[in-house]
Structure formats: structure tokens, C-alpha cells
Design a protein around this ligand. Structure first.
Ligand code: FMN
Length: 391
């Protein structure tokens, strides 16, 4: 597939290609969010309320994009965030994400709900990989995943705290995601015409063995977690601050708390011994009508930015968005849909194109701002429109 310019100029173009390749159920699983998708829209809108303050006529022949996160030097100010069941979008899914992150000198964060075994994902990249943890399946299953991640060389644990239950994703309900993930063939019949209308995706999905259980959540006595059981498994194993003490005992590396939206939870994360937090609304897929996360970032940075690494995600669709988040105090960001649209459109080549676009955008933005490195970007290069900030 030709992904070069002018066919693919920006991330929206990759989104359009993903929409064309995927059946509605899978595209909406990736693209959709909770309830009325207020938070999703606000996540993107918030970036338009940040205004650059450039300094011109300062020569910036080269641009250093490197940042230090969790004690590791990354060649990019972005990492690839955990996207559950990437393999549903493309057979290479998580493998493509990990390989591309490695090529670009940055980290890949693997979801607990990966379609590929964590060892195979790690083997794709000579670079950094981190493991995102849900307690789905219970502590014993989590312990198994953590031990395997440690043995495979994952360097940090991202514990997601914003998923006590799955959010109300109405697009998934309409598209019959449950029926499609389940084992009853008759329940799938109403959705077949749409699947058949996307033959490239369908052929790849069938050749890949169709719906698979999750290989990194092995429940003692019953085996890998089935896709249809994810929602109930998450609900019956909600993570709490008490679990964090236990996680500390079974994982001796750095822990990052993902899904922090208040200064209170940020301080709690510091008290729990976290090395970092991710300011995130889980892509607006959990509680709707929370603020776009960029709006709470400055307050959280003020509260804990000197003590731990504040990472940001949500609504990043351009390299200039990455620069804005760093200007508001983030150490680095996670890309979510920003790279996953590329993966869904064209596997490895699609993720590669997404990262190329982000990298080129960031360099151009820095040069236009008059910065020779991302580490030079601070609050003096950005301001926000009145009413932007939420504390
Ligand atoms: C389809 C999809 C699946 C996701 N799965 C997970 C997951 O398994 N674990 C997790 O912590 N976050 C998950 N997230 C949230 C992302 O890691 C990240 O926080 C979010 O995508 C950032 O927002 P953005 O997509 O607007 O950039 C998922 C997001 C999407 C879109």
C-alpha cells in the first residue's frame, strides 16, 4: 500500500485508511470512546487552546528530540502506549508496534490484553519495552504475567488504575462486539455483511486464527483469558492502592501509575513509591465528561513534577501536540490512536509512517519555535486560552 505523501500526509489520513480496511466493529473499537464521547472530543479540542510563543531568527540547524524517562534515554519524546488487542486490528498488531518503537529508539508499552505473547513482542525490539498491568484474572494470573515480563526483559510496569469496570462504549454495543468475540456462530450472523464488505481485513483475520484468548493472562486451572470474558475479569479484579503495595513486592523495577487525573491521585502515586504517572483518561473510553487530560496537566505537574516523571497521553494527533504537552510540563507522551490508526491501516508500514509523521512534525515545530532541542521547550513557549485549565 502506498503510504507516502500526498496519499498520507497526516494521522487523519491513516485514520481514513484504517476506516476503509476495518469492519465497523473493529474500527469503532479503536476510534470510539464512552457515552457521548465528550472527553474524547475535549481531549483533542484542548490542544487547540494552547498557543505557541515562538522566538524567530535563532538558527536551529539540528534538533535533538531525546528525553530521559524513568532513567532511560529515549531518542524521541514519545513512547507507544498500550493498545489492548492490537492483533484484532492487524495480525502483526503488538509486534508491529514494538518493532517500530525499537527502530525509532523509543519504548513500546505492551498491554496486558495483548494478542501476542509478551516474549514474542519483546523479541521484535532491541530497545526498551514496558509492561502494562491489569489484574484481570486475579493476582495469581497477574503474578505469572509479571514474572514472565521480568524474565523477558521488560523494564517498567505501568499499572492502569482507571478501569474498575469497562466504560460504556455504545459503538461497541451497536456493532455487536460481544457477539463477535463470543463462541456462538449464530449470534454473529447479523454482522456478517459488514465483515464480508472488508475482505482484506477478513482474510488476514481468518488466516491469523480469528478470535484468540489472551496469552499473557493465564488463569491457574483454566488457562488463557478468553476475549469474551475480559469485561467480567476486569470487574472482578479491580486494582486498589492496597494492591499497589503487593505489586511492589512482586516487581522490583520502576512502577508507573496510568490514569491519574487529579493532584490528589498524583500525590498518592508518589506516596505509593511510583517512579512516574501517566496523566490519562484512557482515551476517553472510561468515565465520560472528565476533562480533556491536557487541561489537568499543569496542575498535576505543579503538584508532583519535581518528585516523579509526569507522562501525558490523550488526543495527540500531531507532532505539535507533543510539543504542547511538553511545554505544559510533561516529560514525555504516549501515543495511542496516533500510531494505532497506522497499524490498523497497514501493519508495520502503517506504524512506521505514523512515527515518521510525528518525528518530522516535532522537528519542524521545534525549528519554527526557535528551539534546538525538545528539552529547551518549557512554559515560556506556550500559553493557554482563558478557561483552559481544570484543577
Ligand atoms: C483501542 C484502545 C485500546 C486500549 N487499550 C488499553 C489497554 O489495554 N491498557 C491501557 O492501559 N490503556 C489502553 N488504552 C489507552 C491508551 O493506552 C492511551 O491511554 C490512549 O489511547 C491515549 O489516547 P489517544 O488514543 O487519544 O492518543 C487503549 C486505547 C485504545 C484506543
Amino acid at each position: 500500500m502506498n503510504l507516502a505523501s500526498p496519499r498520507v500526509v497526516n494521522i487523519k489520513d491513516l485514520r481514513n485508511l484504517a476506516r476503509a480496511r476495518l469492519p465497523d466493529a473493529v474500527f469503532d473499537y479503536l476510534d470510539g470512546a464512552a457515552d457521548d464521547e465528550v472527553t474524547l472530543k475535549d481531549s483533542e479540542r484542548a490542544f487547540r487552546e494552547v498557543i505557541f510563543k515562538p522566538r524567530f531568527a535563532v538558527a536551529t540547524p539540528s534538533c535533538d528530540l531525546s528525553v530521559t524517562v524513568l532513567g532511560h534515554r529515549l531518542a524521541q519524546p514519545f513512547m507507544l502506549g498500550p493498545i489492548g488487542y492490537s492483533r484484532l486490528m492487524h495480525p502483526r498488531g503488538e509486534l508491529a508496534g514494538s518493532a517500530a518503537a525499537g527502530r525509532h529508539g523509543t519504548a513500546y508499552i505492551l498491554s496486558t490484553l495483548s494478542g501476542h505473547p509478551l516474549e514474542d513482542v519483546k523479541a521484535q525490539s532491541p530497545g526498551l519495552t514496558f509492561f502494562q498491568l491489569y489484574l484481570a484474572g486475579g493476582r495469581k494470573a497477574a503474578e505469572g504475567g509479571i514474572a514472565r515480563a521480568k524474565a523477558a526483559g521488560y523494564k517498567a510496569l505501568f499499572v492502569t488504575i482507571d478501569t474498575p469496570v469497562s466504560g460504556n462504549r455504545e459503538r461497541d454495543a451497536r456493532n455487536g462486539m460481544k457477539a463477535l468475540m463470543g463462541t456462538n456462530p449464530f449470534a454473529k450472523i447479523p454482522y456478517l455483511p459488514n465483515l464480508l464488505a472488508h475482505p482484506r481485513w477478513l482474510a488476514a483475520f481468518i488466516a491469523d486464527g480469528m478470535v484468540r484468548p489472551f496469552p499473557n493472562v493465564v488463569i491457574p486451572g483454566s488457562g488463557p483469558l478468553a476475549a469474551i470474558d475480559v469485561a467480567s475479569a476486569l470487574e472482578s479484579a479491580q486494582v486498589s492502592w492496597t494492591d499497589l503495595k503487593w505489586i511492589r513486592e512482586v516487581w522490583d523495577g520502576p512502577i508507573v501509575i496510568k490514569g491519574v487525573m487529579t493532584a490528589d491521585d498524583a500525590k498518592r502515586s508518589v506516596d505509593a513509591g511510583a517512579a512516574g504517572i501517566v496523566v490519562s483518561t484512557h482515551a476517553g473510553r472510561q468515565l465520560d465528561c472528565v476533562a480533556g487530560p491536557l487541561r489537568v496537566l499543569p496542575g498535576i505537574v505543579e503538584a508532583v513534577g519535581r518528585q516523579i516523571d509526569v507522562i501525558f497521553d490523550g488526543g495527540i494527533r500531531r507532532g505539535s501536540d507533543v510539543v504542547k504537552a511538553i511545554g505544559l510540563g510533561a516529560k514525555a507522551v504516549l501515543l495511542g490512536r496516533g500510531y494505532a490508526y497506522g497499524m490498523a491501516a497497514a501493519g508495520d508500514a502503517g506504524v512506521e509512517r505514523a512515527l515518521e509523521i510525528f518525528e518530522a512534525d516535532i522537528i519542524r515545530t521545534l525549528k519554527l519555535l526557535g528551539c534546538s532541542s525538545i528539552s529547551q521547550v518549557d512554559s515560556s513557549y506556550v500559553t493557554t486560552r482563558p478557561g483552559f485549565r481544570v484543577d
